[in-house]
Design a binder for this molecule. Structure first.
Ligand code: HEC
Length: 260
């Protein structure tokens, strides 16, 4: 599978180089050119950072889950600003980049704009669910990593045209069902021998987009809902998947246009 995907990239690069070689500058139409190698590398880097950022937001929600679901306190103090501070920390530890100082990072203006936009829509989602996470009537808040992920991703895609999606081989929500490329990548990720955090990327000449799959892993918190015993109903009403600590728990899929 991985080989096939790599081959896809190679095929495009070769054909891009051929077309480029035939059309000297100022001759040939712009649209005939394939993307440059630099454009592919840039799109790959941006897609990966977006996946890490969405996953960092999910991790922040996951870490704060117990207080959301406790009934003892009223206001939980989890404001959009508190969320952002924690998001900045988690993203810094995972990517080495400071979201408060992206201008001095070696990133394209497009990457900076997209990262800022994802922070802003994620904060917006946290602002929208304040009533939900502050309630103390004995019901669970319902604000879980997947809800942040789905809502922030949908809003982000609408704003930017870059597609972000959480997916798994046997998704709880049919909206998250994988397409054939995603399915093949998820099967690779599910193999316990698969290297950790190794993304899988597909580029096809016709599509003009780069499709990146970023694997997710089950932490302790995830197992409350996705862990064992398999089939037992979790607090959100879905049967548990029987996942184990540290094993693959699905993926974030990013589809980003590549500049030609
Ligand atoms: C409180 C329960 C709960 C926790 C904790 C939780 N999830 Fe989920 N997860 C859900 C629910 C419910 C959905 C379906 C949400 C929806 O309807 O879109 C879901 C959806 C997902 C999806 C999208 C595919 C699908 O099944 O629809 C992935 C991937 C996922 N979870 C991974 C994780 C990971 C990784 C963690 C830990 C960081 C985690 N979840 C923590 C309940 C939970």
């Amino acid at each position: 599978m991985t080989q096939m995907v790599l081959w896809g990239v190679v095929v495009w690069l070769v054909s891009a180089a051929t077309v480029f070689g035939e059309t000297a500058p100022n001759r040939g139409r712009e649209s005939d050119r394939g993307p440059t190698f630099d454009a592919l590398i840039e799109a790959e880097k941006t897609a990966r950072l977006l996946a890490v950022l969405l996953d960092s937001g999910r991790a922040v929600i996951s870490e704060n889950q117990p207080p959301f679901d406790s009934t003892s306190k009223g206001r939980k103090g989890f404001t959009p600003e508190v969320f952002e501070r924690q998001l900045v920390e988690v993203f810094r530890s995972r990517s080495g980049l400071d979201l408060n100082d992206l201008a001095s990072a070696r990133l394209s203006t497009k990457a900076v704009r997209l990262l800022r936009s994802l922070v802003s829509v994620s904060k917006q989602v946290v602002a929208e669910v304040q009533d939900q996470i502050n309630r103390s009537d004995g019901t669970v808040s319902g604000f879980i990593p997947a809800v942040l992920g789905a809502r922030a991703a949908a809003q982000f895609t609408k704003q930017t045209g870059v597609q972000l999606k959480q997916t798994a081989l046997a998704p709880r929500n049919p909206v998250n069902a994988p397409d054939p490329f995603e399915q093949a990548a998820l099967r690779d990720f599910a193999d316990p021998a698969y290297p950790r955090e190794k993304t899988i990327t597909e580029v096809t000449a016709q599509s003009g987009v780069l499709h990146l799959m970023f694997p997710l892993y089950a932490t302790r918190h995830c197992l409350d809902c996705h862990g064992e015993p398999k089939g037992e109903i979790d607090k959100t009403g879905y049967p548990k998947e029987g996942l184990q600590l540290g094993y693959n728990a699905g993926a974030i899929s990013v589809v980003i246009p590549v500049k030609k």
